[in-house]
Design a protein around this ligand. Structure first.
Ligand code: CTP
Length: 457
């Protein structure tokens, strides 16, 4: 049986980009029949949040616990539930009725969660009588299993011997936890938490861990400036871009401090969240915490103006109302002033016209190391799940085309990390004056003969 649905709002981060330097990595989630099957939906979401492309294979008994439609809605494509559906797949192998081979070759990691005693026994003994067990034999990708079962089943020597066999063959067993089991007993056998399983999958994929040691301060969301006890001046920022950056930095090994204006989003687990409302509160929080940071990313849409007077009582409608507004402090400019050596400062700019020109002017005015200029148009940018951006440094410009914000977050971090590496520039110099001028702009210079200079920034 094949179930398919349109990509839903629930899977905004799913990606199918195939080529290119940041292609989404591919994971197959195998779901076997246990009460924990519903938790596999959370696992799918956790993997998608890491910008992985996810397929789902369900066993017949898994379908008794959870409808395949649940997963189809999450992944926006068919869920594989049987060996015997010919001609409905997407590749030549699928259409020849050997879809398990196609899927086995497509995937870069197979994770089975929950893994029942039955599926583990089949894997251990090479029994291939359904799609999942057949695919297991056919794949050369890393395999992870997250067992979930009754404590006595878990402790049974047959079960433990099967697990030992699988471990010896390189299968990564994500140990179950102890807790109250569906059968009413308290003991070992509870499936590991979806986030922990997702982490294990990322490790097995050798996903970048290139931000270990960095402390990243991210600001996100919009600020609100009160007019009276119930009204405020605000903006449409949802915080999605800042939260995606926080999540991406954390998954790459950084410690993250997220300073967030009001936002209806779950912050990534394990990151420290400081909640603020006004521009002044955001300023105070940023200045207090920036001393710890090695990298400051200012994705927040901070109010530029606030009401001079905040009414203690709710304002009544008594005719035309004039509001006097005063500028807020420019936090980014202050952060740049207080920066310490080695600290990178990245700003954001939402521009509706002359993106690159306005963005570069803002970068130079604010003195940040780089600025991410967002495109703001219908369906892209503010409030949307996707965004396109230009990453500008004083000397370079990179176009990041429209993509889900979680993917864009990784691309932006890739760009930021290149600022940490010494760059070798080859500069054509015409005369002594321009050579001297250029010398002022760079940190060091290795003097080379002739008119071509190698400069390390
Ligand atoms: N920013 C800030 N403090 C403010 C206003 C903006 O730190 N009071 C930061 C934002 O977080 C962003 C960058 O400055 O990283 C640019 O924000 P933007 O609103 O685009 O620029 P402004 O400086 O406000 O300039 P303008 O609105 O005139 O384009």
């Amino acid at each position: 049986m094949v179930y398919q649905t349109e990509a839903s709002e629930l899977s905004p981060l799913g990606s199918t980009r195939e080529n290119g330097y940041n292609r989404a990595m591919r994971v197959t989630v195998g779901v076997s029949g246990g009460i924990a099957a519903y938790k596999a939906a959370e696992l799918v979401r956790a993997l998608q949040r890491q910008a992985l492309e996810v397929h789902v294979v369900m066993t017949e008994s898994a379908c008794k616990f959870v409808q395949p439609l649940t997963f189809a809605a999450l992944i926006g494509r068919k869920v594989i539930t049987s060996l015997w559906e010919e001609g409905q797949g997407e590749t030549a192998d699928d259409q020849n009725g050997i879809e398990h081979i196609g899927e086995a070759q497509w995937t870069e990691a197979l994770v089975v969660a929950p893994a029942t005693a039955n599926i583990l026994a089949k894997f251990a003994h090479g029994i291939a009588d359904d799609f999942l067990s057949t695919m297991y034999l056919a794949t050369t990708a890393p395999v992870l299993v997250a067992p979930a079962m009754n404590v006595n089943m878990w402790n049974h020597p047959a079960m433990q011997a099967n697990l030992e066999l699988l471990r010896q063959r390189g299968v990564r067993v994500i140990e179950p936890g102890t807790g109250s089991l569906a059968c009413g007993i308290v003991g070992v056998g509870r499936m590991a938490e979806p986030e922990a399983i997702a982490d294990a999958v990322l490790n097995s994929l050798g996903r970048r861990h290139d931000m270990a040691g960095e402390v990243v301060l991210v600001t996100a969301g919009g600020t609100r400036e009160a007019l009276d006890p119930v009204r405020y001046l605000g903006n449409r920022s949802s915080g999605k871009m800042g939260y995606a950056l926080a999540e991406a930095a954390q998954s790459r090994g950084a410690k993250v401090i997220l300073i967030s204006g009001p936002a209806a989003l779950h912050p990534p687990s394990h990151c420290e969240v400081v909640r603020v409302t006004t521009a002044q509160e955001m300023r105070d929080a940023v200045l207090e915490r920036m001393t710890e940071a090695t990298l400051v990313v200012k994705a927040a849409a901070v109010a530029d103006y606030k009401p001079v007077m905040v009414s203690e009582q709710k304002l009544k409608r008594t005719g035309p109302l004039m509001l006097e507004l005063a500028p807020t402090e420019d936090i980014l400019a202050e952060v740049v002033k207080r920066r310490r050596p080695g600290q990178l400062i990245i700003g954001f700019a939402a521009e509706t016209e002359n993106r690159v020109e306005n963005g570069r002017a803002k970068l130079l005015r604010k003195g940040a190391d780089a600025i991410v200029v967002n495109q703001v148009s219908a369906g892209v940018g503010i409030e949307a799940d996707t965004n396109a951006a230009t990453f500008l440094t004083p000397t370079t410009s990179s176009e990041l085309h429209e993509m889900p914000k979680r993917e864009l977050a990784d691309r932006i971090l890739d760009e930021i990390l290149t600022l940490r590496r010494p760059r070798l520039l080859v500069v054509e110099l015409d005369d002594e004056d321009s050579r001297k001028k250029r010398q002022d702009e760079v940190l060091t210079e290795t003097v080379q003969p002739a008119r071509r200079q190698l400069i390390v920034e």
